[in-house]
Design a protein around this ligand. Structure first.
Ligand SMILES: Nc1nc2c(ncn2[C@@H]2O[C@H](COP(=O)(O)OP(=O)(O)OP(=O)(O)O)[C@@H](O)[C@H]2O)c(=O)[nH]1
Ligand SMILES: [Mg+2]
Length: 221
């Protein structure tokens, strides 16, 4: 009888959650539905993430009737009130604990950063030297806590932090735990250096993203 190899969920590829649960106030419309080069922002993120991870769920609020998007489960914040990006990270941890209980970490990425590195998961994983570390991306001296491998075991502490820290500070939460940062290089382009973590928050950013799409030579549709 052939042996069926069961994937070991304690190791990569990790489950992933796309954070799309914010209010998009600066943009004025949900950012995941925005069209960039003829594709939605969300489908760009899914396409970039899929080869890097074991599974994808989408953290979205106010879409209770929508159970899946292109086959990926939709999960609403586990704590109500739009408590910020950390509420999305907490939701990612809770979902992972429920669906993939053996996974030690979940990779989170936001929905508004369409050019994030193709080797994000690999480099964050390679940087971890101990089991309970948060592995966080960095570029151009800026930390990107929403591009991180988050230990699922931190869920209870994170829920306490979100509901008690008045500003729900992300960096301060990370500092309470073992962490490692991974510096991702700027991309060299014909128009100068480009930060792969460029994120789209405003209508002007969307125009700039269209321009970068052209400069980077990424596919348009
Ligand atoms: N689950 C969840 N995610 C959030 C929340 N607030 C922000 N996010 C997500 O965190 C990421 C970064 O947030 P921002 O760029 O500030 O996005 P935003 O809150 O949608 O936009 P603004 O309202 O313009 O600040 C995005 O992927 C958001 O979807 C929240 O309350 N809950
Ligand atoms: Mg943003």
């Amino acid at each position: 009888m052939p042996t069926v190899k069961t994937p070991d969920a304690r190791h990569p590829p990790w489950p992933a959650v796309i954070l799309a649960g914010g209010l998009s106030r600066r943009m004025g419309h949900a950012k995941s539905g925005l069209s960039l080069g003829g594709k939605t922002m969300l489908s760009r993120i899914i396409d970039r993430l899929r080869p890097q991870v074991a599974s994808i769920a989408i953290n979205l609020n106010g879409a209770a009737e929508q159970k899946t998007i292109v086959g990926h489960p939709v999960i609403a914040d586990t704590v109500p009130g739009f408590l910020g990006p950390l509420a999305g990270v907490l939701t990612a941890m809770r979902h992972t604990a429920a669906i993939t209980p053996a996974a030690t970490h979940v990779l989170v990425v936001p929905t508004d950063t369409p050019f994030f590195p193709h080797d994000l998961a690999q480099r964050l994983t390679d940087a971890m030297t101990q089991r309970e570390q948060i592995a966080v991306a960095l570029s151009d001296d800026a930390l990107h806590p929403l591009f991180a491998l988050w230990p699922v075991a931190l869920a209870d502490d994170l829920e306490h932090w979100i509901t008690t820290d008045p500003k729900r500070r992300v960096r301060a939460f990370i500092e309470r735990h073992p962490s490692v940062t991974v510096d991702f290089p700027m991309t060299t382009t014909a128009s100068g250096l480009f930060d792969p973590f460029f994120n789209v928050n405003t209508p002007d950013d969307l125009l700039r993203a269209e321009e970068w799409l052209r400069i980077l030579g990424e596919n348009s549709a």
